[in-house]
Design a protein around this ligand. Structure first.
Ligand SMILES: Nc1ncnc2c1ncn2[C@@H]1O[C@H](COP(=O)(O)OP(=O)(O)O)[C@@H](O)[C@H]1O
Ligand SMILES: [Mg+2]
Length: 330
């Protein structure tokens, strides 16, 4: 069965895309698929800021990926745009493919030194079912360098004909779609080439949003953009399945007001026939509220399932993760 592919998307930064991506990936990989194994999860970091990558790999990213950009998503996309159609395989992914071979995913753990400074040391924790394709800062220049004509086409001789600029990722992803149960993509805060490649590649979209005035206003525009793009993609199946309010605070009424506004506006979109495919099954979740334990878990490079975070954070992540697992089983 093909992987359930999910991109965590919003053109706004600081809304919790990375926080949700890494925590969904870890929580899914921590869930038993059957009696003998957990779900196999691939996290793709598509944001040049590489936050998910540093979170997952800590020192390993700095030591192995930063000096070798070809070992990252940058390398894979650069390779295919230059005409090398090699599919993504184990060589391109960081993770444990042979049982017992230690993976560097979560190899670091933050330690605070007596003088207040911090360092990262190797941790005993590792995640055999959680693999990653890390990002690299070079993704920024790559977006600039991918040149296509007015028709959106890239003329790459070895492809035997032009392809659309947003197909690069999908063209090399057959192995990963077969191997994993879930693929989670942490998208950059824009809708440029890399986001479009990930949108084309994924079936499902989760939108994290801070329920305040500016952010909820932007959601309508984002929905229209995603609709337009999916039309350009030949109406491939795309569904916005979850809107996750993030960084809200129970004590401030403004947040609950904006969550209600958001629900109403999704209802209105749904009544519009041409948006039914995109939003017909969209749910507004409880999401993940602002909690200091979430911040601390991020700083400690430990996902919430593996961190002594508050029960609340754990439950909120778990509720969303359970919904995602249900999509797979539909
Ligand atoms: N639920 C939360 N509670 C507290 N801090 C959070 C929460 N979600 C995100 N943060 C913090 O907010 C900042 C932005 O989150 P991040 O996931 O990096 O957003 P994005 O990827 O959309 O830019 C980070 O510093 C992160 O640690
Ligand atoms: Mg981010």
């Amino acid at each position: 069965m093909s992987a359930c592919t999910i991109c965590v998307l919003n053109f706004k930064g600081g809304v919790g895309k990375t926080t949700l991506s890494v925590n969904f990936a870890a929580a899914l990989a921590n869930t038993p698929k059957n009696e003998s194994q957990n779900y196999k999860v691939l996290l793709i970091d598509a944001d040049a800021q590489a936050n998910s990558s540093v979170f997952m790999l800590g020192e390993y990213w700095k030591r192995e990926i930063f000096p070798n950009p070809e070992k990252s998503l940058f390398g894979l996309i650069d390779r295919v745009r230059k005409g090398n159609l090699k599919k993504i395989d184990e060589e391109d992914i960081i993770g444990e493919f042979q049982p017992g071979v230690r993976s560097p995913v979560f190899s670091s753990e933050k330690k605070i030194l007596p003088d207040g400074s911090s360092t990262y040391i190797d941790s005993e924790v590792y995640w055999p079912n959680l693999h990653i394709i890390p990002a690299h800062y070079n993704l920024i220049s790559l977006e600039r360098d991918i040149r296509y004509g007015e028709d959106g086409k890239l003329y790459i001789s070895s492809f035997g004909g032009p392809i659309q600029y947003f197909e690069l990722m999908d063209r090399i992803s057959s192995y990963i779609k077969e191997y994993y149960d879930f693929i989670i993509v942490d998208c950059p805060p824009n809708l440029y080439t890399m986001s479009e490649n990930m949108l084309y590649f994924c079936d499902n979209i989760i939108i994290p949003v801070i329920p305040d005035w500016l952010s909820t206003n932007g959601i309508n525009w984002l929905i229209m953009q995603v609709k337009q793009l999916s039309q350009r993609y030949g109406n491939r199946k795309k569904e916005i399945r979850g809107i996750a309010p993030t960084l809200w605070n129970v004590r401030e009424l403004v947040f609950s007001r904006h969550i209600r506004i958001l629900s109403r506006s999704i209802e209105l979109w749904r009544r519009n026939d041409s948006y039914r495919d995109l939003l017909g099954r969209c749910e507004i979740w409880t999401g993940l509220q602002r909690l200091s334990s979430v911040n601390k878990s991020i700083e400690s490079l430990r996902p919430i399932v593996d961190y002594h975070s508050s029960e609340l954070a754990r439950v909120q992540v778990e509720i969303m993760t359970r919904r995602i697992i249900e999509w797979k089983e539909e």
